[in-house]
Design a protein around this ligand. Structure first.
Ligand SMILES: NC(=O)c1ccc[n+]([C@@H]2O[C@H](COP(=O)([O-])OP(=O)(O)OC[C@H]3O[C@@H](n4cnc5c(N)ncnc54)[C@H](O)[C@@H]3O)[C@@H](O)[C@H]2O)c1
Length: 349
């Protein structure tokens, strides 16, 4: 990619609702970035955030951002159904794009975005923030090094009260977090999913879902997600043949490693064997305090400079969208097992 890039990179943030202000704050702190514009249809949101950053230009029209030749990149934090049209317009205008998770509202849209970014030689990055969490990376390292042994299963709960999204189900809103983490840890897309969900508050908008995932190499996973729960849980158990880990994103000990397990001393004598249970030490390693969003946006800027795909790559974004579509396909067939298309296929970007 041969192009002139300013120092620091000039980035516009589109969408200043619940999440967008976090992008603005973190981009201000990323060394290689400068917030050039903030953009939202809502003038009140523009006023509130604009007051904090008086030097940053404000607009309700994305056309103003896209028509500014001094803008290198656009970061999009708008509702899911607007991701594809806004990201397409930004790529067409020659801007690198960071778009909040999920990458798009369908795999067709996600594929079209990837093709457009490739054609234009631009970076397209979905915001799978947890891939930049120090705790998630610590667990990834334990899995990859073999410390946990064979991964038998992973079970995860991501529930709290709200926030109900207007345009998508809980699977499209919270699902991308666990799906991207599982994909990253196991370095594999599940082959099949099956799901059970209920729309408790708003008709036809599931706000609770229980999702089972099967991976061709062996592991199975269960993901529980809900916008309805009395307490906030962000808890994942990874059960390996050697060790087990509890990753709790709400705890001040986010990673706890249990030297626990079970062994069959002599599997040949099936029927006569005695299982040996092992409950050894529990270790709570120190986890770095870095803010994942800061690391993520730094990776976006590095990618723009190097032309190398970020860790949260567009291909992972597409795989996550395919996983959510498989959840919808399972729900449409009363919870039947649904195939995840192209599972495990690695894409270039
Ligand atoms: N990475 C994370 O951990 C994380 C956390 C929360 C939300 N998100 C993602 O961030 C995105 C936004 O979620 P939210 O909860 O902030 O939504 P929100 O509804 O609170 O905010 C969306 C904002 O976008 C604005 N908007 C809508 N269409 C626009 C357009 N065409 N041009 C300019 N502005 C427009 C709205 O006025 C609103 O202010 C979603 O994709 C969501 O999945 C990511």
């Amino acid at each position: 990619m041969i192009e002139f890039l300013r120092e620091p990179l000039r980035v516009a943030v589109v969408g200043l609702g619940y999440w967008g202000p976090n992008l603005v704050r973190n981009l201000h702190e990323v060394e290689d970035a400068e917030v050039a514009w903030i953009c939202d249809l809502d003038t009140d949101a523009l006023e509130v955030i604009g007051r904090r950053y008086p030097a940053v230009k404000r607009t309700t029209r994305i056309e103003d951002v896209l028509g500014d030749d001094s803008v290198d990149a656009v970061a999009i934090a708008t509702p899911v159904t607007t991701h594809s049209p806004l990201a397409t317009a930004a790529l067409e205008a020659g801007k690198h794009v960071f778009v909040e998770k999920p990458l798009a509202a369908s795999s067709q849209e996600a594929t079209a975005l990837i093709e457009l970014a490739d054609q234009k030689g631009l970076i397209l990055m979905p915001g799978h923030t947890f891939l930049y969490s120090p705790a998630v990376n610590m667990v990834a390292e334990m899995i990859r090094s073999g410390e946990l042994g064979e991964i038998y299963f992973i079970s995860t709960s991501r529930v709290n009260l709200g926030l109900h999204q207007k345009d998508v189900s809980v699977a499209w809103d919270l699902g991308p977090h666990d799906f991207s983490i599982l994909r990253y840890w196991l370095e594999e897309t599940p082959s099949h999913v099956s799901a059970l969900a209920r729309s408790c508050v708003i008709a036809d908008t599931p706000d609770v879902a229980f999702i089972n995932l099967e991976f061709a190499s062996g592991p199975v996973a269960h993901v529980e997600i809900a916008w309805l729960a009395p307490t906030k849980l962000r808890r994942t158990t990874i059960c390996g043949s050697r060790k087990m880990v509890v990753y709790d994103d709400t705890s001040n000990e986010p990673v706890r490693v249990f030297d626990s397990g079970v062994a069959i001393p002599n599997p040949e004598t099936f029927g006569e064997y005695k299982l040996t249970y092992r409950t050894g030490d529990i270790l709570s390693p120190r986890v770095a305090a870095a803010e994942p969003l800061h690391v993520e946006l730094t990776d976006f800027c590095s990618s723009i400079r190097s032309g190398v795909a970020p860790r949260s790559s567009a291909s992972i974004g597409l795989e996550v969208v395919r996983m959510i579509e498989a959840v919808d396909a399972s729900l449409a067939r009363g919870g039947a097992r649904a195939n995840v298309p192209d599972a495990g296929r690695a894409l270039a970007n």
